[in-house]
Design a protein around this ligand. Structure first.
Ligand code: GRF
Length: 192
């Protein structure tokens, strides 16, 4: 069974959705570690409740990104992690992890990439007044939301939508799309 580490910095609704999918036997994998770069993030409480190990560390306490990622890598190797699942991890993955986990790092982004990469993709879509936006799951490379796309789902922005209602719709898509995509990835099938 594939061993997953989830990387998150914030609330952790995607973390919870993935853990729930595992618990409901909808995702044949094991979530063995939460990697979090923000002390006090809500996602840490969620991991504790689920008895999932956490590796919480601030990059600021390391002299370089390389040292920070080497510490993470050690924790990943200790847990024999196969896949890195980014879910609201608010930093770019560096060379150390990219090299160690080539082709095994994925991210979810709340827009139809390549539109609206970076921060506040929902706000960017709303401001741009586009009629369709969505969610993308993609492989992670050194860029900001630039790696090869694995899966996408579109949603229509209705005239009555607010930022909040759009966010609710996006998140509900994320919570089913991400576990489903991970399921295909760990099964090693054709996921194009
Ligand atoms: C999600 O919208 C995800 O697409 C983006 O960050 C958000 C994380 O939300 N990368 P949560 O912490 O999983 O609730």
């Amino acid at each position: 069974m594939s061993r997953l580490a989830i990387f998150a910095s914030g609330y952790g609704s995607n973390f919870q959705a993935i853990v729930n999918a595992v618990k409901n036997n909808a995702l044949p994998a094991e979530v063995v570690l939460l990697v979090c770069d923000k002390e006090g993030a809500k996602v840490i409480e969620k991991a504790n409740k689920e008895n999932i190990s956490t590796f919480v560390t601030s990059p600021k306490s390391f002299e370089s990104k390389k040292h920070y990622e080497e510490a993470i890598l050690e924790a990943l190797q200790e847990q024999q992690v196969d896949w890195l699942i980014l879910a609201g991890y608010m930093r770019l993955v560096g060379e150390t992890l990219l090299r160690a986990y080539e082709g095994k790092i994925v991210n979810i982004h709340p827009s139809l990439l390549p539109s609206f990469p970076g921060k506040d993709a929902i706000g960017q879509a709303f401001e741009a007044k586009v009629k369709i936006t969505g969610v993308t799951v993609h492989f992670v490379d050194e860029g900001m939301d630039t790696g090869p796309i694995i899966d996408q789902e579109a949603i229509r922005i209705e005239h009555h939508d607010t930022y909040e209602s759009l966010q609710v719709k996006i998140q509900s898509i994320e919570h089913s799309l991400y576990p489903n995509t991970i399921k295909k990835l760990v099964a090693g099938g054709n996921h194009s």
